[in-house]
Write a protein that binds this ligand. Structure first.
Ligand code: UT7
Length: 319
């Protein structure tokens, strides 16, 4: 089977950082409550003139510049998101135009919520394998601030905006495997992004406790499913990058697996939960901070609305 490896990363964040104390001015909450329950201190919200599109373009441009390949070599462009600027055209098509990517390639958005980046990476691999092209551009982006109910303290404190991107290379004989899954349920739900005919807006709603239970079982389940396909242990993995929903979810899993906490990356303290962008953002931060070294093996795990889950074993190999 052909696999993929990550050859470059990029990211973009909005200009406005919103702290827990800022939110405490709007809803009845506190830095202490939010940080204790989630590990989040602050997140970014788009300011005027910023949107999922502007973030996606910037993150993709950064990843492409870092890849040292030419735009003409890109064989597919997929954006994972649940909060695109428009229902159509897709963010991916607008990124394609802005960056001058080739026209004879598949370009589209994909919604698998917080598992979206891994779904998009595996979809890109399949497309590249079929077309025989070598490189793909995969972006995870969200502007969740526009679908948050700022009167609902149970959800508005959790999420943030941002974008991450990766350029991937398809090849044979790579350390690579993925598992994708889903089970329909409305534990996290947002009926629609736009204002309805009656002027009412629909917002993210969530059964927090049910999602917590789902998340803490989905991560070990993904690892187990990967293990059925590939002979590996967590000792073989350099970094585990889970969807950055909540620090307590990751801590719970570390305890359950008796794993080394140092292998589990966390950045929700300053980014919050950025859904489809979170794993891509984490990889880009790790890249810039020198945590990623060529040849390192990564385990990526996503879980979220749908309900969806996704796991991936992949190598980092910067060009
Ligand atoms: O991408 C996946 C996204 N989803 C998640 O990661 C969510 C997973 N779930 C969780 O992390 C947790 O369920 C939450 C952090 C969302 C909530 O924690 P919890 O321990 O399940 O709290 P709760 O909803 O049971 O609420 C406990 C109390 C309630 O007050 P009463 O009824 O006990 O008086 C809430 O009204 O905390 C109250 N509360 C808050 N208090 C201060 C809820 N939100 C807040 C808040 N500030 N922001």
């Amino acid at each position: 089977m052909s696999g993929i490896k990550i050859i470059s990363t990029g990211r973009a964040l909005p200009s406005k950082s919103v702290t827990n104390d800022d939110l405490a001015q709007i809803v009845d909450t506190s830095d202490e409550w939010i940080f204790t329950r989630t590990g989040i201190h602050s997140r970014y919200f788009c300011a005027e003139g910023e949107s999922a599109l502007t973030l996606a373009i910037k993150a993709a441009d950064n990843a492409l510049s870092a890849s040292k390949i030419t735009k003409d070599d890109i064989g597919c462009c997929i954006v994972a998101t649940l909060s695109a600027d428009y229902a159509t055209p897709s963010l991916a098509c607008l990124v394609q135009t802005e960056l001058g990517l080739p026209e004879d390639i598949p370009v589209f958005d994909l919604n698998a919520a917080c598992s979206g980046f891994i779904y998009a990476m595996e979809t890109a691999r399949s497309l590249l394998t079929c077309s025989g092209k070598k490189y793909g551009l995969v972006i995870g982006v969200e502007q969740l601030s526009k679908i948050l109910d700022m009167n609902d303290r149970g959800t508005c404190v959790l999420f943030g905006d941002g974008a991450g991107a990766a350029v991937i290379e398809c090849d044979d004989d790579l350390f690579y495997e993925s598992v994708l899954g889903a089970k329909g349920g409305k534990e996290i739900c947002c009926p629609g992004v736009n204002e309805g005919a009656n002027g009412s807006k629909s917002y993210v709603s969530m059964d927090g406790k049910a999602v917590f239970r789902f998340a803490t079982s989905a991560i070990p389940k993904c690892i187990e499913m990967l293990h059925e396909k590939v002979d590996f242990t967590l000792d073989d993995i350099d970094h585990v990058v889970c969807h950055q929903a909540n620090s307590r979810i990751i801590d719970h899993v570390i305890k359950k697996l008796k794993a080394d906490p140092a292998k589990f990356y966390k950045d929700m303290d300053h980014l919050g939960n950025t859904s489809a962008a979170s794993i891509a953002l984490a990889l880009s931060e790790m890249d810039d901070d020198g945590l990623l070294q060529n040849g390192q093996k990564l385990l990526l795990v996503g879980f979220g609305s749908g309900l969806t889950w996704a796991g991936m074993l992949i190598t980092y190999d910067k060009k």
